[in-house]
Design a protein around this ligand. Structure first.
Ligand SMILES: Cc1cc2nc3c(=O)[nH]c(=O)nc-3n(C[C@H](O)[C@H](O)[C@H](O)COP(=O)(O)O)c2cc1C
Length: 197
């Protein structure tokens, strides 16, 4: 299903077409080549002083990493994310040999946005999640203290909203996407004064 962004002017197709579906096709796989492409897109994100704080745990449906990530998700996310072809966890490495890495979380965010936009380019869907236990991820995968799990990402192939079964969940899947108006988003001259007519 497409939920193309309603933009005042055309934007990059990947940006316009990206959204966060929960209806994944439980029979479709994400190939190693597709995962490589997603991770390459993320790896080439910018970061403060090229400190490259982003790291990912990567599981494909059926392997133990997928099972470990799925087990760490909250129940609301588990209810749909089990159908994804791959589950990833984005981790910010917050220290290096020079000490604290500035903007480490920002760096992980930039890398993860590259990843989800690349997913759209590949004809895949991706859904980021904060609803998981970082402690469970730490325990399952032996993360050092400086490695902070911040986001889980479900990646896979789209399915009809009907796979969600529950009426309320299907309704949420079909709901229109919304954003605040541009006039409340970009300012010029003084805070709150719209930058564009
Ligand atoms: C950091 C972050 C955490 C999120 N956590 C969850 C989550 O735990 N569960 C979920 O279903 N969606 C989650 N989302 C998806 C957002 O709800 C979604 O991006 C937002 O509603 C905008 O919708 P769109 O991505 O379809 O444009 C998260 C998104 C981000 C960026």
């Amino acid at each position: 299903m497409r939920k193309t962004a309603d933009t005042s002017v055309p934007v990059s197709p990947a940006v316009a077409e990206r959204w966060s579906p929960r209806a994944f096709d439980a029979t479709a796989e994400v190939s190693p080549k597709e995962l490589t492409t997603l991770l390459e897109a993320a790896r080439w994100a910018p970061s403060f002083g090229n400190t490259q704080p982003a790291r990912y745990l990567v599981g494909r449906r059926g392997d133990t990493t997928f099972a470990g990530i799925l087990a760490a998700l909250n129940s609301g996310n588990q209810a749909w994310a089990f159908r994804a072809g791959a589950l990833l966890v984005g981790v910010a490495v917050t220290t290096n040999e020079k000490g604290e890495v500035p903007y480490a979380e920002y760096g992980l965010g930039l890398a993860s946005e590259n990843l989800v936009l690349q997913a759209v380019d590949l004809g895949l869907i991706a859904h980021q999640m904060a609803g998981f236990s970082a402690d469970a991820i730490r325990a399952s995968f032996g993360l050092p203290d400086a490695a902070v799990p911040l986001v889980a990402i479900a990646v896979g192939h789209a399915a009809d909203a009907a796979v969600l079964e529950d009426e309320r969940r299907i309704e949420r899947e079909l709901k229109e996407r919304q954003r605040i108006p541009l006039a409340e988003f970009a300012f010029s001259g003084e805070w709150g004064k719209p930058a564009l007519d």
